[in-house]
Design a protein around this ligand. Structure first.
Ligand code: PMP
Length: 322
């Protein structure tokens, strides 16, 4: 679908997957006006196709659009486009438990203009790709490097939005972490390099002394849909959740006292991912003997159970594609 300042959004269409034509002066290529979303469609054992809280992706897309001075999209129209596209391409939703159809909506500035300003034209595209089970070989705790040199986001910046540039800014740190034998990066706040923010593409949670801590959404962390769902579940189960600032020093103290019971990341791709090792400066923190925690496993089981229509959804999170 295209947008122009004169006529707004127009010409929604479904076309075969193919390269897009773009003017070499298109604003997105120079000034990074690009945002995206990531979501999945799941096939149930009785062949229904389910989406998980898609309205949240629509809202977040508009939040990201607003931050980059891009036009908003009618959320109902976005959901309608998703439903239409997926129902036409139902066969692309794989059958095996754990697999899904990954859905990638993205919006970018198409106007040819060499100068920094908001674009007068945009394209909104949704591409689909079947994806295999994230934990094909079984759930495995990940090793995470706590990043002390680079930062991902500052308050007032774009960290709270799903803006392509955030990921570009994270690549070097990710590469360095890989070279040191870690799989992902844990970002700290940009001002004091002290408070825990989030992992590369996941929000982060720590179970300390029976309570679950996760950083608050104060402007530089992406409001993950999985994060929100996990908080709902935990509170429902009577487990205290503290959406409070947590410094690496305090986490380390809890760790040395044996109070750090579990750590996990949350996101659409992995759903819930156990963290087995945190490397922070010279400290090598091994969490829960690099085993999958009980709470981590229960959250994973419950969320995927709801997503695959295997257990009741008392929250109204599931949207069936007719
Ligand atoms: N933080 C970042 C930076 C991410 O890219 C993602 C993935 N969208 C998340 C957190 C998790 O968000 P969600 O649960 O909505 O996938």
């Amino acid at each position: 679908m295209d947008y122009s300042a004169e006529i707004g959004w127009h010409d929604p269409r479904i076309v075969p997957y193919a390269p897009l034509a773009l003017d070499p002066a298109a604003l997105v290529l120079h000034y990074g006006q690009a945002i995206f979303e990531g979501m999945k469609a799941y096939r149930t054992s009785d062949d229904r196709i389910l989406l998980f809280r898609p309205e949240k992706n629509a809202q977040r897309l508009n939040l990201s659009a607003a931050r980059l001075s891009m036009p908003s999209i009618d959320e109902e129209l976005f959901l309608e486009a998703l439903r239409t596209l997926i129902s036409l391409e139902k066969d692309w939703v794989p059958r095996e438990r754990g697999t899904s159809l990954y859905i990638r909506p993205f919006m970018f500035a198409t106007e040819p203009y060499l100068g920094v300003r908001a674009s007068e034209s945009y394209k909104l595209v949704i591409v689909l790709s079947p994806v295999g089970a994230y934990y094909a070989g079984g759930m495995k705790p990940v090793k995470i490097h706590v990043e002390s040199r680079y930062v991902r986001a500052v308050r007032g910046g774009t960290g709270f939005a799903k803006v392509s540039g955030n990921y570009a800014a994270s690549l070097k740190a990710q590469e360095d972490a890989h070279a040191k034998g870690y799989e992902q990066v844990l970002w700290l706040d940009a001002i004091e390099n002290k408070y825990i923010e989030e992992v590369g593409s996941m929000n982060v949670f720590f179970k300390i002394n029976g309570e679950v801590w996760t950083p608050p959404l104060h402007g530089s962390i992406l409001g993950g849909i999985t994060r929100d769902s996990v908080i709902h579940l935990l509170r429902d189960w009577g487990i205290p959740v503290r959406e409070e600032k947590l410094s690496m020093e305090d986490l380390y103290v809890a760790y040395t006292r044996g109070e750090l019971e579990e750590a996990f990341g949350t996101g659409t791709a992995a759903v819930v991912s156990p963290i087995g090792v945190l490397g922070w400066n010279d400290h090598h923190m091994v969490i829960n003997h690099e085993q999958i925690g009980e709470l981590t496993a229960k959250l994973y089981g419950t969320l995927t159970g709801i997503q695959y229509g295997e257990i009741a959804d008392p929250y109204g999170w599931i949207v069936e594609v007719e």
